[in-house]
Design a protein around this ligand. Structure first.
Ligand code: ZN
Length: 230
């Protein structure tokens, strides 16, 4: 596995995000304000997405692999075999029915594994990536480091800096609190935050972590103020 910093993961993601913007511009979108994971996976990363029941207890959220592989799935309650061809991600269909934010994140997480395999083919084991909910993940330092990379890259792909800032502008436009130089301060409001998370297709937790990672939150003083600059 290649060791990668947060900065390096941001840099690696840039060309893929820019390619996404180019695709949307060709479709007539003058300004892109959100990232659709299915378009990112299918059209930018060239992946196929399939939905199956991946485990009996719902602990497995996604599978992907850099080579041909057969895995067990539990569609219609029966154990059966499905084929991953090296360019396919499997998403748990039960999760997809009930939790859009988490499913979007899982799509990007599986896409991130594939992106790393494509950018650094010699550095990553192309064996099957079994991606579980955090609570269900057994501790393995090497595996957990790779899962951390896929999670971090997923949050960048779903919520690039400029998309988060555009979203803050969109949902907090009428609530500008004040200006200081190039920075503007806006009051945190739960309703606007929830609307923004829903618009971006992200869970509240994922958006909160991403805003913090981008350094857009100034906790205190005063409290509950989001700070950002262009
Ligand atoms: Zn994973």
């Amino acid at each position: 596995m290649k060791k990668l910093s947060k900065r390096e993961l941001e840099d690696i993601s840039r060309s893929f995000i820019d390619k996404y913007y180019e695709i949307m511009k060709k479709r007539g979108f003058r300004k892109v304000e959100k990232i659709e994971p299915k378009i990112m996976l299918r059209e930018v990363l060239g992946l196929d997405i399939q939905y199956h029941i991946l485990s009996r207890n719902g602990s497995i959220l996604g599978f992907t692999i850099g080579a041909y592989c057969e895995v067990d799935v539990f569609d219609d309650g029966y154990r059966t075999t499905a084929v991953l061809d090296g360019n396919t991600v499997f998403i748990d269909s039960k999760q997809a029915e009930v939790n859009r934010g988490r499913t979007n994140f899982t799509l990007m997480h599986e896409g991130a594994h594939q992106l790393l395999l494509k950018v650094f083919p010699e550095c990553y084991d192309c064996g099957v990536k079994v991606c579980r909910s955090t609570e269900a993940t057994p501790f393995d330092p090497e595996e957990s480091a790779e899962e951390w990379q896929a999670d971090y890259l997923a949050s960048i792909l779903l919520m690039p800096r400029e998309i988060v800032i555009a979203g803050l502008e969109r949902y907090y436009r009428s609530q500008i609190y004040g200006k200081y130089g190039k920075k503007r301060y806006i009051a945190y409001q739960k309703d606007s935050f929830y609307k923004l998370a829903d618009y971006l297709g992200a869970s509240h937790q994922a958006l909160r972590i991403r805003i913090n990672e981008l350094g857009l939150v100034l906790c205190k003083p005063p409290s509950y103020i989001i700070e950002y600059s262009d």
